[in-house]
Write a protein that binds this ligand. Structure first.
Ligand code: 5GP
Length: 202
């Protein structure tokens, strides 16, 4: 069976990760995103099983004890994890699978799966990030300062990633993200799984 690439995508809040990921899913049906589990509260407009699997702390603990997570982390006070079952299900049909996870989760997956490709999305500047966070109108002034401090903590980890992508211009960032993912399909290991190249090399 062909295995798609495992793509780890991290970004500070407000860098536009969710919109970029959604746009590459729309543009290329061979890419899927894996749904994580979280203990944080559901936000307006979110749906259980669509944005996240929303679970209680006790259920998250039970899943950790059962070894159900490929990776999990505490992200600014709430817990998030990618379940093995969900990741296996996503990978089963050979598509390229995106995990939208924080840097701690990305570290854990890299340790286990050396061929995972990691991408960090950066905002064009801290000033622009602040502008975007204010523009969303979701957070109080205090919460925005907290988010900016968190963003700086996250961005300090960017150098661990294979690719750094600056989301200055959305269209360009979308096409760059697609290019990175599509280029992983030409990797030797991927090509050698396919009949066409294997036949050429016989
Ligand atoms: P949010 O609550 O805004 O949706 O996400 C907050 C942070 O949690 C983001 O940095 C996001 O990438 C991260 N996150 C979401 N799902 C997972 C996951 O399954 N594992 C890890 N380690 N981080 C996650």
């Amino acid at each position: 069976m062909n295995t798609g690439s495992l793509i780890l995508i991290s970004a500070p809040s407000g860098a536009g990760k969710t919109s970029l990921v959604k746009s590459v899913l729309d543009a290329d049906t061979e890419i899927v995103v894996c749904i994580s589990h979280t203990t944080r509260a559901m936000r307006d407009g979110e749906r259980d099983g669509e944005n996240y699997h929303f679970v209680e702390d006790a259920e998250f603990d039970r899943m950790i004890a059962a070894g159900a997570f490929l990776e999990y982390a505490d992200v600014f006070g709430k817990r998030y994890g990618s379940s093995r079952q969900e990741v296996d299900r996503c990978r089963a049909d050979g598509k390229d699978v995106i995990l939208e996870i924080d840097w701690q989760g990305a570290d854990q997956v890299r340790e286990m799966l050396a061929d995972a490709v990691s991408i960090f999305i950066l905002p064009p500047s801290i000033t622009e990030l602040e502008k975007r966070l204010r523009g969303r109108g979701q957070d109080s002034a205090d919460a925005i300062q907290t988010r900016l401090a968190e963003a700086k903590t996250d961005m300090a980890q960017a150098a661990r990633y294979d690719y750094l992508l600056v989301n200055d211009d959305f269209e360009r960032a979308q096409s760059e993200l697609l290019s990175i993912i599509q280029s992983t399909r030409l990797r030797r290991e991927r090509q050698l799984q396919g009949a066409e190249v294997t036949k050429l090399l016989q």
